[in-house]
Design a protein around this ligand. Structure first.
Ligand SMILES: [Zn+2]
Length: 332
């Protein structure tokens, strides 16, 4: 606690001085899910969630520090305008689960701040596999699970986290849903009920689409890694998600975010395909800041990790330091 306070006392004034020197810029931040602080502690894959109280504190901090929270559309307008002198932040949620509707949107409304949702249309359509979520909640809710006939006993949150990491690493590959289906059969998990306990629904998206603070973008149909597909398959994922959202919600989706989003997951061919699919922009998860003249089809975004629950840690993103560190370490 003392260390945290000391680092806060050191980081915040330094950050304020650096902000004045760095000048106009945009910082796009992205995350997936949110949870109440008490529940967050218990989650087997808690880095995937932001503590909702932290989001509330962060929005208050940004307002106090005179950062504008904007949509992707507005971020593009500002980065393309030579006279723009502002500092702005965009928040986007990828995939979209029901907590985007239940927990996150109400906090953004309270701060009168816009929020972008990049929807994987297979989630509300019930066709995308939510295996990481299904695995996580089975580990959370049970005292023991079966894996290939072996019993794994679970009592403490650390055990559940280690087990999640181990199984997810094993399943993550070309066909994780095959492992997940076998796991559900072995543990009598109702896959359909699990899906709808977490998926955002079209009814929720209809409400959100009518909210002036919500901007809806696309994030493929099946959450495919675009770089691993043929051009035809990739275009079907890109265009298919845009057309499905337009048709189901009566909107005109303009922005896209690549699943996974690192340099191995999407490259120059895919940026061109996003343009061909009718989008005005595409976002990656390569860290960094948006400056004047930013290429619209490879927007940098900074993933906010659930464990980084301090405003001081966020300053590293706002200053562009996480992007510099990632480039030095070769993690792009
Ligand atoms: Zn995603």
């Amino acid at each position: 606690m003392i260390a945290t306070r000391a680092s806060r006392a050191l980081t915040l004034p330094l950050a304020q001085a650096a902000h004045r020197m760095l000048g106009p810029r945009g910082c796009l931040l992205t995350f997936h899910r949110a949870a109440p602080a008490k529940f967050w502690e218990k989650l087997p894959n808690r880095d995937f969630y932001l503590d909702i109280e932290f989001i509330d504190r962060l929005l208050a901090h940004l307002a106090a520090q005179k950062w504008d929270v904007v949509t992707i559309g507005e971020a593009l307008r500002r980065s393309g305008s030579a006279g723009d002198n502002s500092r702005y932040v965009n928040f986007s949620i990828d995939d979209c689960y029901r907590d985007a509707f239940d927990l996150v949107a109400p906090v953004f409304r309270r701060h009168n701040a816009p929020l972008t949702l990049f929807v994987t249309t297979g989630i509300p359509d019930g066709t995308a596999s939510l295996w990481p979520i299904g695995l996580e909640y089975t580990l959370l809710e049970r005292d023991e699970v079966l894996l290939d006939g072996q019993v794994i006993r679970l009592s403490k949150p650390e055990q559940r986290r280690a087990t999640y990491q181990r199984i997810a690493a094993k399943w993550d590959g070309p066909d994780p849903s095959r492992y997940y289906a076998a796991f559900c059969a072995e543990n009598r998990v109702d896959m359909d009920a699990m899906h709808w306990a977490h998926a955002i629904t079209w009814e929720m998206l209809e409400v959100l689409a009518h909210d002036r603070l919500i901007e809806i973008g696309a994030h493929t149909v099946s959450h495919a890694r675009i770089s691993s597909l043929t051009s035809e398959q990739a275009l079907a994922e890109l265009e298919g998600s845009r057309l499905r959202l337009n048709e189901r919600l009566g909107i005109n989706v303009q922005h896209f975010a690549f699943p996974y989003g690192r340099s191995g997951d999407c490259g120059p061919r895919d940026f061109a395909l996003a343009r061909e699919a009718g989008f005005l922009s595409a976002a990656t998860t390569r860290k960094g800041l948006v400056r004047g003249g930013q290429d619209r089809f490879s927007l940098p975004r900074n993933t906010v990790n659930g464990s980084h629950r301090s405003v001081a840690a966020m300053e590293m993103h706002l200053l562009g330091l996480t992007g510099i560190a990632a480039r030095i370490a070769g993690r792009v």
